[in-house]
Design a protein around this ligand. Structure first.
Ligand code: IPM
Ligand code: MG
Length: 361
């Protein structure tokens, strides 16, 4: 089959890791007889440099017309990169928020899985790590605090800043449905995370999620307060299957979940809307410190490409081939620097891409 992929290398290590993901996709194409056409799109700091905005209208149009978007990372260093002297709505990260909103990608899927071979890198106690974990965070992505009205003003001579957290029932319902659909393909357990003991938006969240659960009698639903969830993630991560939550809680909890896997360099993500178009990006950032050194771990981006095959192109067999190739590479002791330990073979970003591509069958 034939697919058009908009590729956004972005900033920092973005171009390096995206190159390796394309290498793996090209191998998939040749083994399974598909054609992937790539169109490069500017976003983030590189787009600010080239056209003055973090995401141009043309860039968004190209993304809209594609079958899927593959993204490396955007952003640089505050205090170092001149992009951060611009107003917040013109900084690199604003491009990311704009493309999510512009493509209607309201569902952010962030799997966090502990590989057996990487248990040593897990910062949790041995008896907790030994149990392993395999969860997916389903984060609402286009509502809540990150998209509400905000302002900074002087009120009676005092500087005052306001952000607003709004959710309507339709926004909650559609993300809840996604979470339950995903749970049906997994261990059929949804934990919905909120702050219903304080927030109105959370009370509505809890009510709507409970309503949606009635359509999925096979799925067990429970509710957890976000502060407790932050604690449970380090105390007993094995209890989680699907974690359903709003935008900011999901942002924070997904970083925590990624940390306990031992390396943020392993975690993929998918952002989906109501159709098949999705945006696929590693959960980590642009790591400007190691940009251009060929040291980055491309696995999160390669696994994001695998999610693209699965969720946007419906190519499950091909996605399995990528996931298995990554598992084999880990089992064979091949490591980028972030995962390196005694007795393992250290490879560069490029070599890691080669090793994975060579194992696609
Ligand atoms: C993420 C990032 C972004 C977010 C930032 C860069 C706007 O932290 O993808 O988690 O909060 O969504
Ligand atoms: Mg984040």
């Amino acid at each position: 089959m034939n697919f058009n992929i908009a590729v956004i290398p972005g900033d920092g290590i973005g171009p390096e890791i995206v190159r390796e993901a394309r290498k793996v996709l090209d191998k998939v194409a040749s083994v399974y007889g598909h054609t992937f056409n790539y169109t490069e799109v500017l976003m983030g700091g590189v787009s600010i440099d080239a056209c003055g905005v973090p995401l141009s209208d043309e860039a968004l149009e190209t993304a809209k017309k594609s079958d899927a978007v593959l993204l490396g990372a955007v952003g640089g260093k505050v205090g170092v990169d001149k992009w951060y002297e611009l107003p917040p709505n013109l900084r690199p990260e604003a491009g990311l928020l704009a493309i999510r909103k512009g493509l209607g990608l309201f569902a952010n899927l962030r799997p966090a899985y502990l590989y057996n071979e990487l248990k040593g890198a897990c910062p949790l106690k041995e008896e907790v790590a030994d149990k392993g974990f395999d969860m997916i965070i389903v984060r609402e992505l286009t509502g809540g605090l990150y998209f509400g009205a905000r302002k900074t003003e002087e009120v009676d001579g005092v500087m005052t800043a306001t952000d607003t957290l709004t959710y309507n029932e339709n926004e909650i319902r559609r993300i809840a449905i996604k979470a339950f659909e995903i749970a049906m393909k997994r261990r059929k357990n949804v934990i919905s995370v909120d702050k219903a003991n304080v927030l109105d938006s959370s009370r509505l969240w809890k009510k709507v999620v409970t309503e949606v659960s009635k359509d999925y009698p096979e799925v067990t639903l429970s509710h957890m307060l976000v502060d407790n969830c932050a604690m449970q993630l380090v105390k007993d991560p094995a209890q989680f299957d699907v974690v359903l939550t709003e935008n900011m809680f999901g942002d924070i909890l997904s970083d925590e979940a990624s940390m306990i896997t031992g390396s943020i360099g392993m975690l993929s993500s998918a952002s989906l809307g109501s159709g098949s178009l999705g945006l696929y990006e590693p959960s980590h950032g642009s790591a400007p410190d190691i940009a251009g050194t060929n040291k980055a771990n491309p696995i999160a981006t390669i696994l994001s490409a695998s999610m693209m095959l699965r969720y946007s192109f419906n190519l499950d067999k091909e996605a399995d081939a990528v996931d298995n190739a990554v598992r084999e590479v880990i089992a064979d002791g091949i490591r980028t620097i972030d995962l390196m330990s005694d007795g393992m073979k250290l490879v560069s970003c490029t070599e890691m891409g080669d090793e994975i591509a060579n194992r696609i069958k």
